[in-house]
Ligand binder design. Structure first.
Ligand code: COS
Length: 394
């Protein structure tokens, strides 16, 4: 096994790191404080080619492999995961289009993201349907050659700013998860932004509540087959969880670096606190968690790049990287002592930011559920249609 990155992968990681250092870090704490939308950074990231990395060259994108996208996400998470989430959310919205969209829909909607620094959002969660996706109430009714969408979505990243949305809705209310379909909905079809949430962490990212009141879209905006949207959502999350997990590694790594530097400078009992074994053990655990989380992330991305199903690996990565980021950030605050609790110091923001990693794109409990199911009752290792599709989109 070769853990070396290719020259292209090293270059993209360096580009993302430089961007984070020069464009994100200098404003991260200020944007967090005022919950400032990082529109200026979205434009810059788009210009240097750090967005839409997953869209293939056929549609005008860079067509990077999944591992490269993870390298970018770790660096952006290191800079500021709130801003990083704003930059990376197009991936979550557009994977269902890549997997299930007609040629026409792919050209139109993926094209929009590549022609201009536009954003797209993924609308799955509802006020009463979070982990339990099949409990959703939004409906899409076929009327002639259109679908009419009614309902509400919540916790939608970039929802206030998106140009288009991937929306999941019930096309058969009685059929549970087998009655859900996915659609592309352009903003100007009548999507209403009800409110922007005021959050604990990742405050620079936009999280909105949306509603759809008789929103009409052409029937061609259906993604994949009618009533197959649940599977499309799960296949999307398999592909995006490695990237989110990489962002969690970035948060943990940043908190670890700050804590390590502080431990070398802060003197107590006549020596830098890094000389005390109590602190050394915390630093050692932070380092191990960061390394182990990164390896799980790389494994989950490498499987995708090989055209293999990665459900189990991506839940391992998401669960461990998210929980590790939280633990590392909490320990970083502990190493800073009382100063860690003060906003003038950098690590309390990381503790707040890390928390969402255990919640979005599937909570840590949902990841454990997937891990337990895949371990106790494994689905077929290679579902041929999924495997063929995965290698086609890798
Ligand atoms: N890839 C392809 N198909 C999948 C799949 C995957 N990773 N996971 C499940 N499926 C399929 C199953 O094979 C099953 O297919 P059939 O209809 O042919 O039987 C179907 O989907 C239902 O699977 P399952 O019975 O496991 O569904 P559950 O309702 O029990 O839900 C969980 C499974 C809880 C894991 C799922 O709802 C989930 O991931 N929830 C969290 C959602 C989430 O991440 N929300 C965050 C919003 S995005 S920010």
């Amino acid at each position: 096994m070769d853990f070396n990155l290719t020259n292209e992968q090293k270059d993209i990681r360096e580009l993302a790191h430089d961007f984070s250092e020069k464009e994100i870090r200098p404003v991260a704490w200020e944007y967090d404080k005022d919950s400032t939308w990082p529109g200026d950074i979205v434009e810059k990231a788009w210009e240097v080619g750090l967005m839409n990395s997953h869209i293939s060259e056929e549609y005008g994108g860079p067509g990077l492999d999944y591992l490269s996208s993870c390298l970018i996400e770790e660096e952006l998470g290191w800079g500021c995961s709130g801003i990083g989430t704003s930059l990376m959310c197009n991936g979550l919205a557009s994977v269902p289009v890549v997997l299930g969209g007609s040629e026409e829909v792919k050209k139109e909607y993926l094209g929009r993201l590549l022609e201009e620094p536009k954003l797209a959002s993924f609308c799955l969660t509802e006020p009463d349907a979070g982990s339990d996706v099949s409990g959703m109430r939004t409906t899409a009714e076929k009327k002639g050659d259109k679908y009419v969408i009614n309902g509400a979505k919540t916790f939608i990243t970039n929802g206030s700013h998106a140009d288009w949305y991937t929306v999941y809705a019930k096309t058969d209310k009685e059929a549970g998860h087998r009655g859900i379909s996915a659609f592309v909905v352009p903003r100007d079809a009548g999507v209403v932004v009800d409110k922007k949430e005021d959050k604990l962490g990742q405050r620079a990212s936009d999280t909105a509540a949306l509603s759809f009141n008789d929103v009409e879209i052409p029937e061609g905006n259906l993604l994949g087959e009618e009533n197959k949207g649940f599977k499309l959502a799960m296949m999307t999350l398999d592909r995006t969880r490695p990237g989110v997990s990489a962002m969690a590694v970035g948060i943990g790594r940043a908190a670890f670096e700050f804590a390590t530097e502080y431990a070398k400078e802060r003197v107590q009992f006549g020596v830098p606190i890094a000389m005390h074994q109590a602190i050394q053990f915390m630093i050692a655990d932070m380092a191990t968690k960061t390394e182990a989380a990164r390896l799980l992330v790389w494994q989950s991305a490498a499987l995708l790049d090989q055209g293999k199903r990665n459900t189990l690996a991506s839940s391992h990565a998401k669960r461990f990287a998210a929980d590790s980021a939280m633990e590392i950030a909490v320990d970083a605050v502990q190493i800073y002592g009382g100063y860690g609790f003060i906003k003038e110091y950098p690590v309390e923001k990381m503790m707040r930011d890390a928390k969402i990693m255990q919640l979005y794109e599937g909570t840590s409990q949902i990841q454990r559920l997937v891990i337990a199911r895949e371990t106790l009752l494994p689905r077929k290792a290679e579902a041929p249609a999924e495997a063929a599709e995965a290698s086609a989109t890798a």
